[in-house]
Design a protein around this ligand. Sequence first.
Ligand code: NAD
Length: 457
Amino acid sequence: MTILSQLAAMRSYFETGITKPYAFRKQQLLLLKQAVTAHEEEIYAALYADLKKSKEECWVTENGFFLAELNDTINHLRQWMSHESVRTNLLNLPSNSYILREPLGITLIIGPWNYPFQLLFTPLIGAIAAGNCVVLKPSEFAPATSAVMQKIIEATFPKEYVLYVPGDGAAVIPEMMNHFTFDHVFYTGSTAVGKLIYKMAAERLVPVTLELGGKSPCVVEQDANINIAAKRIVMTKFSNAGQMCVAPDYVLVHVSQKDALVKAMKEKIIEFFGARAEECDHYGRLVNTKQFDRVAAYLTQGKVLHGGRQNRSDLFIEPTLLDQVNPEAAVMKEEIFGPVLPILTFSTPDEAKAIIAQNPNPLAFYVFTSSSAKETFWLDAIPAGGACVNNASWHLTNPSLPFGGRGFSGTGAYHGKYSFDTFSHKKAVMRTPTWFDPSIKYPPLKGKLKLFKWIIR
Ligand code: NAD
């Protein structure tokens, strides 16, 4: 069966209406939970093979993260599916109005390699919960994890309901998107490929969610708790060897605190990963030599304050702090996506804002400060997808918050109820009784302007 005939079969399946009832959706979510739980050890082994992730890291950022979101969705599904009553304006009384969330249809979810399990399966929760059929396209660069996910999906769901399509994205995605009209495409990955996806979708007016990357700045103010800032920045920056979309990309520290921050960060790196991170059992690796070479090149674009050791055959780059980076260097123009952290200083907020403005609309923005006035100032000053105050990256683990970018870092959002909404169409419904039907609403309209102005104001 060709991919296009599989998609046609999926369309017929969806049109039977089988995916719509609450009981069906809930049952599929429970089956998914059962399958993922049963494959827990295989998932750990695969993520270790692909990215050298420890079980603990996997639980927090991959399968445990996914299961928490799945449980939250199962618990709230009935409530999310219920009609949402809204106010009816004077013009339309005594009608009543509500929003009906209906499935979009056939959705395509495209994932990247850095959190290969979580970033493909978490949007799947929203798509199933909202009553859709789903095509899953994993990244080809995390092959062990992809093989386990394929096994889970194919053992759990019929192909016309959830179809797993591995392979080279540049080949299989155009083959589908240029010949089949999806009802939604949910893409997580680089901005460069995101643009290609957006163009293909535009040809068929397919709505998209784009979860892209970007350079997420981390401002450390003069009045910040430096020890806490160092600990939290080091923890998230070097998790998964820096290959996290919301990792702090670079630090902008107030000039008066630079030495204290650097000293504290060096201590934290050693405390968390040891003096020889290559021997640490929970420090990750770059995913492949292409990514290794790209990140290793950044090490020459500043003065290494800490770290800098590398081993290409092991895809290892030490947690590295970089000083004296030129704002024109690639390391300050591209998303780093690796364990290299430039430390820049500022004296005035305007200086810091000018540096951030060179890479607008970051996916996330972080500020460390003990002043609520500075917190308000910074949150207001930087347009970003999301933000943390005195923290970094953790906002994405709260399913009550929408997760997504803006502009260059993406469009749309998901997690929790926001995923359900992303994969649902909000149908506006007005129900009008027949017992009341004033003639004033009907032609001839001449002479009714004064009344209309009173009603519509
Ligand atoms: P990528 O763009 O290379 O690949 C993502 C997906 O696109 C893969 O499934 C791949 O097969 C497919 N693809 C690749 N080339 C294609 C083409 N020419 N046509 C169609 N599809 C193609 O991204 P990546 O390197 O896997 O992921 C890293 C990027 O993703 C980083 O920029 C990171 O910031 C971003 N990211 C964003 C988020 C987020 O939630 N916003 C999360 C993780 C990663």
